[in-house]
Design a protein around this ligand. Structure first.
Ligand code: PEP
Ligand code: MN
Length: 343
């Protein structure tokens, strides 16, 4: 159930609608837009008439929401959601670049990486401390030590921190160190983790699963939103197809489709999306042209020596060249590059 209030409707009228929805057993999610307050009522019941609500004072319109994802649906926030994290805005007309190595490997590696990406204008430092590796024998990450090193490197260069959480048990450890929690592709449908993250008050970047449809992705986002965490970034990172020329198939059309279906900011990850360094820049450029609000890119000071995802990690000079190109493309599609410390 979606109730759109009239422009300037007083709080008493909003409250009357909320009370009525609650009395019908709905849980209320409120979206305060630039012009209208929108009340999303989520509940099991559908034996009510939207017209009853349209007759109430201060109500502009009321609709039954037929889409399976209600709070992630664009109708809940038609003007789009902007998520601000310490001055960095996702979902606005500022293009945000998040960059860094796949994994935090040690102090020197992450410090050098942070300096390099900050100098090129990145705003967020990425680096995994808990790694979801296909093989249990592969490098699994430095855990808390990795988080500490990541935070220190980011702070030294004016960057925010994004890192992957794989399990609820890692949350108490991670929360003091990270600004954005990443849910990996392999965990997109780990519903108990999503429920836990719904209770967290930190932004979550939710990656599309390897075989997930966009509706699956939006339903997973709905778990976070319905838990009360409204700060969700949707990330296209490539899907498994029959194509073998690339590690994954980067679904560029997911970017405009997600923007049509949802109000949540859309992030593109051309590194995992292609799995090959030579394809990262073309797909990053195309993602910005397609309207991505942000990019997540793997950059390593010495990719051949990387503990994970070396073949898809950019060399620092390649990243610098790419950032210069992205500035131009962003301008062509009405965006500006969010100004980083080194930009
Ligand atoms: C990563 O970002 O390093 C990662 C493991 O991503 P994904 O979950 O998309 O594979
Ligand atoms: Mn990686």
């Amino acid at each position: 159930m979606l109730v759109v209030m009239q422009e300037g409707a007083p709080e008493t009228q909003v409250q009357a609608v909320i009370d009525r929805l609650v009395s019908l057993g709905f849980t209320i999610h409120r979206s305060t837009g630039v012009r209208h307050t929108i009340l999303g009522g989520v509940g099991p019941r559908d034996e009510f008439d939207p017209l009853d609500f349209e007759m109430m004072q201060g109500v502009k319109e009321a609709h039954r929401i037929v889409s399976p994802y209600k709070l992630a649906n664009r109708t809940f926030k038609p003007e789009g959601t902007v998520i601000e994290v310490n001055g960095v805005r996702f979902g606005s007309n500022e293009l945000v670049v998040m960059a860094g190595p796949c994994s935090v490997e040690g102090e020197r590696q992450i410090q050098v990486a942070a300096a390099q990406v900050a100098a090129c204008g990145a705003r967020v430092l990425r680096g995994g401390a808990f790694k979801p590796r296909s093989s249990p024998y592969s490098f699994q990450g430095l855990a808390e030590e990795g988080l500490r090193l990541l935070r220190a490197a980011a702070d030294a260069h004016g960057l925010l921190v994004i890192s992957e959480v794989m399990d609820r048990s890692q949350l108490p450890l991670m929360l003091p160190y990270v600004d954005i929690l990443q849910v990996g592709a392999r965990n997109m449908q780990n519903f108990s983790l999503l429920k836990d993250l719904g209770e967290v008050r930190k932004p979550v970047l939710l990656k599309r699963g390897l075989a997930a449809t966009l509706e699956d992705l939006l339903l997973s986002a709905e778990y976070l939103l319905s838990g009360g965490n409204y700060e969700v970034l949707l990330c296209e990172r490539g899907i498994r197809t029959f194509e073998t020329a690339t590690r994954n198939t980067m679904d560029l059309s997911a970017i405009p489709v997600l923007q049509k279906l949802s109000h949540l900011p859309v992030v593109a990850d051309p590194s995992h999306g292609t799995g090959r360094r030579d394809l990262v820049a073309p797909m990053a450029r195309a993602s910005v042209a397609a309207g991505a609000h942000a990019l997540l890119i793997e950059v390593h000071p010495d990719p051949p020596a990387a503990f994970s995802d070396g073949p898809q990690s950019l060399f620092p000079d390649q990243f610098a060249d790419l950032m210069a190109q992205l500035r131009i493309i962003a301008g062509a599609v009405g965006m500006t590059m969010a100004q980083g410390k080194g930009a």
